[in-house]
Unconditional design. Structure first.
Length: 241
């Protein structure tokens, strides 16, 4: 009828019975969701994170670092890569693996220079040949992680005498994730965790690659430079030619 007012009854998407039947969120479930969210933030770079890749020479450390840097680029993260200036074996402005994988990098003379060259918007930081950057690197890497950066460091964990090679052992104690790489022993073909120096030198750091060093297993490794035994036909006074 004209003049009458019509009232529309509101419609709800769920009935009261359905709402009551829906199980409430438990405290444990909420904690699980929060932990999963935090883990995702870590991998997205919202939380500081330190990874260390260590092992002997020729074990693929630089190759693994380059792979992780490229994955960061694919994920559209802002990436910065650093290497010590002393490492100019293959290139002065690139990290180059023994298999010739390459990625552009900035060179530094000390770990402190990384902080000076750091771009504040960078999310993923890569550092190669960490064993050349001295004892300040653990503090610098921790500071970068505290700033919310994802930091990936690669370097030798033992020296030519088979001893722990700083600063890698200190970085291992600070890292959230550790990757240990192994090479192939050039003597017997077994898994190699040592770097054998092939030239006579007492210096802790001698920059080189194939020809100066080779990977050795525990059985084949000789601490220091291997002894060169003179063959019978070249020994003085042997009378043989």
């Amino acid at each position: 009828m004209r003049g009458e007012r019509r009232f529309r009854i509101p419609r709800f998407s769920r009935t009261a019975a359905q709402v009551q039947a829906r199980p409430p969120w438990s405290c444990a479930r909420r904690l699980e969701r929060a932990a999963a969210s935090d883990a995702m933030n870590v991998f997205q770079g919202h939380t500081g994170w330190l990874e260390v890749i260590c092992g002997p020479m020729f074990s693929g450390k630089s190759e693994e670092l380059i792979r992780r840097m490229r994955r960061g680029m694919i994920a559209r993260k802002r990436v910065q890569v650093f290497k010590p200036a002393i490492d100019n074996r293959y290139s002065s402005d690139e990290i180059v693996s023994h298999s010739d994988l390459r990625i552009p990098s900035q060179t530094v003379n000390s770990a402190r220079e990384i902080l000076e060259l750091l771009e504040i918007r960078s999310e993923l930081i890569g550092i190669d040949e960490a064993n050349f950057l001295g004892p300040e690197l653990p503090e610098v890497a921790s500071r970068l992680a505290d700033m919310g950066k994802q930091v990936i460091v690669a370097g030798l964990d033992t020296d030519y005498l088979g001893r722990p090679f700083e600063p890698i052992p200190s970085l291992l104690a600070l890292a959230e994730e550790i990757t240990k790489t192994l090479a192939i022993c050039m003597q017997c073909g077994g898994p190699a965790k040592f770097t054998q120096r092939l030239v006579a030198s007492d210096d802790l750091i001698v920059v080189g690659a194939a020809g100066l060093y080779e990977a050795r297993c525990r059985r084949c490794f000789e601490a220091g430079s291997p002894r060169q035994h003179a063959l019978d036909f070249v020994k003085p006074g042997s009378g043989k030619v």
